[in-house]
Design a protein around this ligand. Sequence first.
Ligand code: NAP
Length: 293
Amino acid sequence: MIAEQKTILVTGVNGQLGQSLMLISVKYPQYQFSFTGRDDLDLSRTDSITDYFQQNRFDYIINCAAYTAVDNAESEPELADKINHIAVKKLAEVAKEHEATLVHISTDYVFDGTSHRPYIETDNTNPQSVYGASKLKGEKAIQEIKPKGCIIRTSWVYSEFGNNFVRTMLELGQDREQLSVIFDQVGSPTYAKDLAQAIMTIVQSNQLNDSSETEIYNYSNEGVCSWYDFARTIFEIKGITCAVSAIETKDYPTAATRPHYSVLNKAKIKQVFNIAIPYWKVSLAECIGNIEG
Ligand SMILES: NC(=O)c1ccc[n+]([C@@H]2O[C@H](COP(=O)([O-])OP(=O)(O)OC[C@H]3O[C@@H](n4cnc5c(N)ncnc54)[C@H](OP(=O)(O)O)[C@@H]3O)[C@@H](O)[C@H]2O)c1
């Protein structure tokens, strides 16, 4: 171990962002990473969190774990609350007590989607789903406790890992001649690897270490599309001939209500941390290349 190595805990190692951070962590030998899944640190149990942090201390906690099953959350609000709110509150308390820096990830689903311009961090929140409400409570708990660190709101995350829209479309597109995809939900996709990179740029900047407020920052890839455009672009890149029909949200009912418009304005994160954000189609092509590889 290098003498001055800072330690970083990454929760949710088996998720998209956790896996992406693990992948890029080799580029940061100046940090000693610990990656945890629910077996080591079960965020649905306060005693598990307490026990874990009695044994372990870190300079940074990057919380990639979350209850992310947006539709299931409608029928499991207590579990969603435990992981997305109560556990986040506990992590914020631990971070404050241990003087660790907390990087927490939140969501565009804290907004109701009625805006006509990209959301800035200070816009009014109004979640339309149990998931969005639980994530907002997590944000608010952090902002009350005020550990060093930040909250990053992101949207439409995809990667080489786990279940996500890109992998689902690649599978369905190979099997089917036609698919119907919603065109009246508009947002910005986020390649988890780009977000992981942005997180490490923020950590490396050391700018979080003397912040008195836990600021919120938006991050997604650049550009805007509907799920319909997203699906068509996946097929174009991959040369899949599956036809795509544009349908309305009302034609594809889901348990949870999703915002019709959830584009995030990234001016703040770009300016404060000098982050260059890739265009969504460029990152999508990179991800599809990595899935093929
Ligand atoms: N995916 C999106 O489109 C999206 C959009 C906006 C914001 N976000 C936010 O971005 C962050 C990362 O999302 P992601 O896409 O990487 O999520 P993900 O792939 O669903 O990963 C979430 C991880 O959390 C873990 N987890 C769930 N319950 C846990 C518990 N009780 N204890 C410990 N770990 C637990 C899961 O473990 P298992 O693997 O064992 O289930 C999973 O590995 C989350 O905060 C999410 O809310 C995601």
